[in-house]
Design a protein around this ligand. Structure first.
Ligand SMILES: C[S@@+](CC[C@H](N)C(=O)[O-])C[C@H]1O[C@@H](n2cnc3c(N)ncnc32)[C@H](O)[C@@H]1O
Length: 296
């Protein structure tokens, strides 16, 4: 199925990341995905160039194709955003955007086991050429380590029961597919939890994905570098999708703004959230939060 990612809070993002007109300006889109936000920026600001980062080369191919109409104004970079920003020059970007996490593409098209609703190899790597896959973790971590990951990154209250069930099953046979893992989890949790508001595997799958890609560990170093890379008067906007991400972003900005030699002003005392209309049209946007700061 062909899925086009719906750019979350696109109106709010465009409004809160003003771009100086008339001069050649630069936006770094740290999470380009299929290029939804980037295309809107390129369309709205004719003198803007976008450096579009994504670690996933498959989704990046889609962005390159979609944005080819903008020619040289779109520069794709295949890298982790924290690595790219570390090497980038100081004071050169007019705006920096992070739309954290993964895209609908990953759940629906990538065939890398991000979704518990389909039966796919348990991979979950954004950079599928290196590093541990979700199957390596599920079949290789100790029971205690697995439980810790599921608890810490999934905030899953049945983490110990789930880790125990995984270890029991893998002692018979390695766990290789997303459907297999989802079923192990479903059977490991209490009956009423099985039929709760969300699928009982939701939190464990989130935890594995975060662990596989070291997602949370990349946020603070990237924000630190982003402040250096940004021009004075430029803005950083960050969209998060769950409380673990949002807490990191919120505390980083709060602590930075409180320093005597602070480099930023927080523009969103409370995060911006999607309108009711957007939530209705695009239910996954429900949990999104947008925070914006300006470099002073
Ligand atoms: C939520 S999607 C972004 C969607 C995009 N804003 C759009 O409108 O199409 C996040 C994207 O960032 C990529 N990504 C996530 N974490 C990353 C990281 N640390 N470094 C580089 N790319 C990352 C994912 O591969 C995914 O394509």
């Amino acid at each position: 199925m062909e899925v086009v990612h719906y750019p979350v809070m696109h109106r709010e993002v465009l409004e809160n990341l003003p771009i100086p007109e008339g001069d050649s300006s630069i936006l770094i889109d740290c999470t380009t995905g299929e290029g939804g936000h980037t295309s809107l920026f390129l369309e709205k600001h004719p003198s803007l160039s976008v450096i579009g980062i994504d670690r996933d080369s498959e989704i990046q191919k889609k962005a390159i194709e979609r944005l080819s109409v903008y020619g040289e104004r779109f520069h794709p970079v295949n890298a982790w955003f924290n690595d790219y920003l570390k090497e980038a020059p100081s004071d050169f970007a007019d705006a920096i955007l992070f739309d954290l996490g993964i895209s609908m593409f990953h759940y629906v098209e990538s065939e890398r086991g991000f979704s518990f609703r389909t039966d796919e190899p348990l991979d979950m790597r954004l950079n599928s050429k290196s590093g541990m896959s979700a199957a390596d973790i599920v079949n290789g971590y100790s029971e205690e380590n697995l439980a810790d990951v599921i608890y810490k990154y999934g905030e899953e209250r049945y983490s110990r029961r789930i880790a125990r069930a995984i270890v029991e099953r893998r002692s018979e046979k390695a766990i290789e597919s997303s459907a297999e893992l989802a079923e192990i989890i479903r059977l490991a949790v209490p009956r009423d939890y099985r039929y709760g508001r969300i699928h009982p595997a939701t939190r464990t799958f989130q935890a594995l994905r975060i662990e596989v890609n070291s997602e949370l560990d990349r946020i603070t170093p990237a924000l630190e570098e982003a402040m250096r890379v940004l021009k004075k008067g430029g803005r950083i906007a960050v969209i998060t999708f769950h409380s673990l991400e949002d807490r990191k972003v919120k505390w980083f900005f709060k602590e930075e703004a409180a320093r005597d030699d602070s480099r930023i002003r927080i523009l969103t005392k409370k995060p911006i959230v999607p309108s009711e209309e957007e939530e209705r049209e695009n239910p996954p946007s429900r949990s999104a939060k947008l925070r914006v700061v300006e470099k002073i």
